[in-house]
Ligand binder design. Sequence first.
Ligand code: UDP
Length: 409
Amino acid sequence: PESEKRRILIGMSNTGGGHKASAEAIKAAFQETYGDKYEITIVDLWKEHTPTPFNALPDTYSFLVRNAILWRITYQFTNPKLIHVPYLSAVSAFVSRHVSEALDSYNPDLVVSVHPLMQHIPIKVLRDRIKSGASKPINFATVVTDFTTCHNTWFCPGATRCFVPTEYCRDLAISNEMDARQIIMHGLPIRPAFSRRLPPKPRLRKQLGMDPALPAVLLVGGGEGMGALEETVAQLDGRLGDKCQVVVICGRNQKLQERLRERPAGPGHPLLHVRGFVDNIHEWMGACDAIITKAGPGTIAEALIAGLPILLNGNVPCQEEGNIPYVVDNRVGAFETRPDRIAAIMDSWLLKGSRHWFEDMGKRARALGRPEAVYRIVDDLAALTEEPYFDFGPATSALIGDDGAKKKK
Ligand code: UDP
């Protein structure tokens, strides 16, 4: 019956494509595992439930992240607790009422955050509501959707649980005064489609309109089609000619798509497959032999599951930086930003180098992939809706600024 349905509110914000992808992966895995026992609502709390100028967060991020220096300054400056805790406390004075109203209207049995700026304020609002009796006592979980290096605002000891993808993030959570009992490591939540068996490669390639036998490289630049994709295609053309096929997923970058479609085709050129934003990237990954991508956490985790050797060609400053040594040190790929060298690496991976070594890279990738992570996270979240509310107490107060501020006086 409707009354027995448990309600889960997932807070995300569209800063980049990854947070939304993670939220949707969790929702899909909930539906697959539990049918309609849970009602999952995904909401951009900042955009939809805070007043101007706070609702401009996604746009501000898009602007900042395209200006590497501005983003680096913003990120580094706000990373220390000493800065962001008082800052978020100050912001909370303006937005608390709105967040509280949102909680009132959704009336969730569990709040889940998949965004670095959705811990301190929602947790503080939730605690205040529980204390005053405005909310029933419910738990709060953070699912970290960055892979390695990530901002300290992800970690707030007031969260009942914090799901991290890697040891690196676990250590960061501990250094942010989270208790080991709060931290769970399953991996990044990736869409259930990545867990399903795909048809054999030649058949899959045929379905996608690809050549069944030619070596295939996949080029992606996150949801926005970022990076020197066009120049890379030109260099692959010059170096590998018609001995390979190249799939370019342009995401929402319409102009790139148009320019690529005008490229010369036919003998002497790679077979080029150009697509915009696709919702079957798992099939394209399954059909290709290697991937060239920026160091986005979602795309890396997906490529690992698909067993694809990964050539990273760039990264968003700060939060994606640690993903480069992760790929290189685990020997599942390489990092190179120059398109001519990228083409040379692809030449050695796909055509000239040791087959054995290339295949081992793919096997290591598959071994690191965590397709089951999303299901484990969802099972733990389902259990959290039943688990009694647990207040991690004084540490929380200090870190969200209220009692902590009083103590200093
Ligand atoms: N993606 C997709 N279709 C596209 C392009 C990208 O589904 O046409 C997905 C991709 O599979 C990944 C996400 O968008 O899940 C991008 O996340 P990532 O963390 O790699 O980079 P971001 O875009 O967040 O910077």
